[in-house]
Ligand binder design. Sequence first.
Ligand SMILES: Cc1cc2nc3c(=O)[nH]c(=O)nc-3n(C[C@H](O)[C@H](O)[C@H](O)COP(=O)(O)OP(=O)(O)OC[C@H]3O[C@@H](n4cnc5c(N)ncnc54)[C@H](O)[C@@H]3O)c2cc1C
Length: 380
Amino acid sequence: MLGNPIMSEPVYDVVIAGAGIVGAACAYACSREGLKVAVLERDFIGGGATAAGMGHVVVMDDSEAQFALTRYSQRLWQELASELPADCEYVRTGTLWVAADEEELIEVRRKHQFYSQRKVPSEILDSRSLDAAEPQLRTGLAGALFVKEDAVVYPPCVARYLLERSRDLGARVLLGKEVIRLDDEGAAFEDGTVMKGAVMVNAAGARAASLHPDLPIVPRKGHLLITERYPAFVHHQLIELGYLKSAHKSTADSVAFNVQPRKTGQLLIGSSRQYGMDSPEVDRSILSRMLARAGQYIPSLPGLSALRVWTGLRAATPDNLPLIGRCPGYRHVFAAAGHEGLGITTSLATARLLIDQLMSRAPAISSEPYSVQRNIAVHG
Ligand SMILES: Cc1cc2nc3c(=O)[nH]c(=O)nc-3n(C[C@H](O)[C@H](O)[C@H](O)COP(=O)(O)OP(=O)(O)OC[C@H]3O[C@@H](n4cnc5c(N)ncnc54)[C@H](O)[C@@H]3O)c2cc1C
C-alpha cells in the first residue's frame, strides 16, 4: 500500500491516534521504514491501559491465533530487550501456572504438551518442586507449569522509549491532542483543523470505538495493587490456572490470583475483570475479593504493606483477539486496537503486522485471524 514513502502532500505517511504501547510500537515500526509519522495523544504517553497494566509478556494458548500472535511478539520482545534502557525493567522471570488440585494438573499437562509441540520451553513442577521454587506459596498445591521465556516489563517506559526512537527517526509526537474524527481525509480536531495522512491508524485502546463505532470493542475494567519493596519475596510471575476461566468470562465480574515480582522488589497483585465498566473508581468489593483470592495462594500476603491501588480499562473484543487492519468502509483507515489483557505482550507483533500490510509484504504469521473484517465468533 505504501510502496514508497510519500514525502509531499499529504503531509504524513501515517497518522496514529493514541500513544499507548500499541500506538508507540506502530510509530516505531513505521518510522524504521522511513515513513513520515505523526502520533496524536489526548493525554500523555502510556497514560491509558499501558500505565495501568501489569507488563507480563506471556505466551498464551486459548487458540492457535492467540498463540501465534503472543509467541511471535515474545520473540520480538527478546530482540528488543537488548536495546531497552534499564527503566523499562525487562526481566525474564518465567511464568508459573499454578495448579491447585489434580483437576488443574490435567490442564498443566495439556498446556505442557501444547507448548512442547510448538517448541516453547516449559517444565512441569510437582508439588515439592513448586514449594522449593516459591516457598511463599501455600503448601499442598498440586504443581505448576513453568513457562521459561515469559518476561515482565514496565510498559509506560517502553512506550516512551519507542516514541523517543521514533522521534529520532523524524516522527512527531503531539500530546494533549484529542482526535474527534479519524477518516480517509485525516485526523480532525475540535478546532476544525485536520491533520492529513496517507494512512490513519486508530490505536485508541479502550476508546477506539468512540472514533469508529463499528469496532466491536468494549471496556473491561481491571484492578491492580502494588506493595512496598519485598525483594525476592517471589521469583516468577505466579498465576492460578483458574485465571483462564476468569479471562474468558464475558459477563460476570471475576477475580484470579496473579502476582508479579517487580525489579524494584515490589509486588504487583491482580487480577480482576469487570465487563462494560468504564469508571476509574476503585471498587472496594471486587478489590477485597481479588486480595482474598491472592491470600488463598500466598498466606503471608495480607501482612505486606500496600502502596497504591488503581484501575485500568482493557479493550475487549468478542473473541479475545485484537483488531489489526483496514477498517470496513474506509480506504485509508486502519485499526490496531482491542488487545484486552494482552496488549503489552502483543504490541510489537501488532506493529509488524500493520507495517507489513502497509508495505504490501507477506507477514511472518497469518494476519487473517486479527482482520477487522473477520467473522467474529463470541468466545465461549
Ligand atoms: C489491570 C490490567 C492489567 C494488564 N496486564 C497486562 C499484562 O500483564 N500483559 C499484557 O500483555 N497486557 C496487560 N494488560 C493489557 C494492556 O495493558 C493493554 O492491552 C495495552 O496497554 C493496550 O495498549 P493500547 O496502546 O492499545 O491502549 P492504551 O494504553 O489505552 O492507549 C490508548 C491511548 O489512546 C489515547 N486516546 C484515546 N482516544 C483518543 C483520541 N480520540 N485522540 C487521541 N488519543 C486518544 C489514550 O489517551 C491512550 O493513551 C493489562 C490491562 C489492565 C487494565
